[in-house]
Write a protein that binds this ligand. Structure first.
Ligand code: NAD
Length: 310
C-alpha cells in the first residue's frame, strides 16, 4: 500500500512516524510546498525506518510523485499559535485546501482514493475538500474527535482506575471549542458509566463532569502553551484511522465526514463505522436533551464557518 502525506511540518512528520511504525504500508511519499523540508523529512524518516519495518519513504516536489497512492493524508496549513483558536485559521487554511485538492485529484484514482483531513479547522476543511474533490462523502474523512475522545478516555481512565481500552466514551460535534461530550452513552466494560460509578463507589458529579469537559476542550491549548504545537496525539490518531481503513476493521470511530440532508448538511464527528470503503455507516447515539442541543449548536457553528468561506 502506498500512501501520500501532503504537508510535512510538525504534524505531517509525526503522522509519517506513526504510520511507518504500523508496518501496514510499504511506501510513504511526502509532499510539501517547501520541497527542501519534504526531502529532509524523507531522509530522516528513511534512516529511522531502517531500524524497523521496511518502509520506503520518499519526497516529491511534484504532485505526479503521489501517483499510485491509495490514501492521501492532508496535514498542510497553518497551525495555532498560543492564544489562537482553530477557527482563526479558517481563511488561511481554506486557501491551502483549495490549492492542494485539485492537484491531488489530478494524480490519484478517484474511484477508490480516500482522503484523510487533519488540517484545522478540521470539520470545515473536510466539507471544503469533499466539495472540491467531488468524491463521495464517505471517502473524505477527518480524524475529527478521535483525538478529543482519546483525551476524554485518558482522563476518565485515571479518574475511574480502569484501562482506556475498557472505556467507550465519545466526544461528538466540532473538533474545536463547541465539541460535545456524550455522557449518556458512555460505558465502562459492560456497564453504563453511572452504574459503574455506583458499583465502584466513585463519585462523578456534574461539577466533575464539567471540569473534565473543560480539560478535553482545552487540551490542545495547554499542549500548545507548553510545547508550541501538538503532534504525538494526532500522529497516533491518524495512524489508527489508517489501520482501520487498510485492514477493513469496521471499528466505530468518532470521525468527521459530510452527512445530513438539505440545510443540515455538515461535517462533524459522530460515531461512524469505518472500513476499506471509508465511512460505512453513521450512528446516532441517544443523547440527553442538553447534549442534543449542544450538538445542534456545534453543527450550526461549523456550517456558519463553512458558509463564510464559500
Ligand atoms: P507546520 O507549520 O509545522 O507545518 C505545516 C506544513 O504545511 C508546512 O511544512 C508548510 O510548508 C506546509 N504547507 C502549507 N501550505 C501548503 C500547501 N498549500 N501545499 C503544501 N504544503 C503546504 O504545522 P503543523 O503543526 O504540522 O500543523 C498542520 C495542520 O495540522 C494545522 O492546520 C494544525 O492546526 C493541524 N492540526 C490538526 C490536529 C487535529 O487533531 N486534526 C492536531 C494538530 C494540528
Amino acid at each position: 500500500m502506498k500512501i501520500a502525506i501532503i504537508g510535512v511540518g510538525t504534524v505531517g512528520s509525526a503522522v509519517a512516524t506513526a504510520v511507518k511504525n504500523t508496518g501496514y504500508v510499504h511506501e510513504i511519499v511526502l509532499y510539501d510546498r517547501d520541497s527542501m523540508r519534504a526531502r529532509a523529512a524523507a531522509d530522516d524518516l528513511g534512516h529511522a525506518a531502517s531500524f524497523g519495518f521496511d518502509v520506503k519513504i520518499t519526497a516529491t516536489s511534484n504532485y505526479r510523485g503521489i501517483r499510485g497512492s491509495e490514501i492521501v493524508i492532508i496535514a498542510a496549513g497553518a497551525n495555532q499559535k498560543p492564544g489562537e483558536t482553530r477557527t482563526d485559521l479558517l481563511n488561511k487554511n481554506a486557501d491551502a485546501i483549495r490549492d492542494i485538492i485539485p492537484r491531488v485529484m489530478a494524480n490519484v484514482d478517484s474511484k477508490s482514493v480516500k482522503i484523510i483531513i487533519l488540517t484545522n479547522p478540521l470539520d470545515v476543511m473536510v466539507m471544503l475538500a469533499q466539495k472540491l474533490s467531488k468524491l463521495p462523502a464517505a471517502r473524505v474523512i477527518g480524524t475529527g474527535a478521535m483525538l478529543d475522545s482519546a483525551r476524554l478516555r485518558t482522563i476518565l481512565s485515571r479518574q475511574l482506575g480502569v484501562s482506556t481500552q475498557s472505556i467507550n466514551a465519545y466526544v461528538l460535534g466540532e473538533h474545536g471549542d463547541s465539541s460535545v461530550v456524550d455522557w449518556t452513552s458512555a460505558t465502562v466494560g459492560a456497564l453504563g458509566l453511572d452504574d459503574f460509578c455506583r458499583q465502584t463507589h466513585i463519585s462523578l458529579p456534574a461539577s466533575t463532569r464539567k471540569t473534565i469537559e473543560h480539560r478535553v476542550r482545552n487540551a490542545a491549548y495547554e499542549i500548545i502553551r507548553g510545547r508550541g504545537a501538538t503532534w504525538d496525539g494526532i500522529g497516533a490518531a491518524a495512524a489508527d484511522l489508517l489501520r482501520c481503513i487498510i485492514n477493513d476493521e469496521h471499528r466505530i470511530l468518532t470521525v468527521s465526514c459530510v452527512s445530513g440532508t438539505g440545510t443540515d448538511v455538515v461535517a462533524m464527528s459522530l460515531p461512524r463505522i469505518v472500513g476499506t470503503s471509508g465511512v460505512i455507516a453513521t450512528l446516532r447515539p441517544k443523547l440527553s436533551s442538553p447534549e442534543s442541543a449542544a450538538l445542534r449548536r456545534s453543527a450550526k457553528i461549523i456550517r456558519k464557518n463553512y458558509d463564510a468561506i464559500m
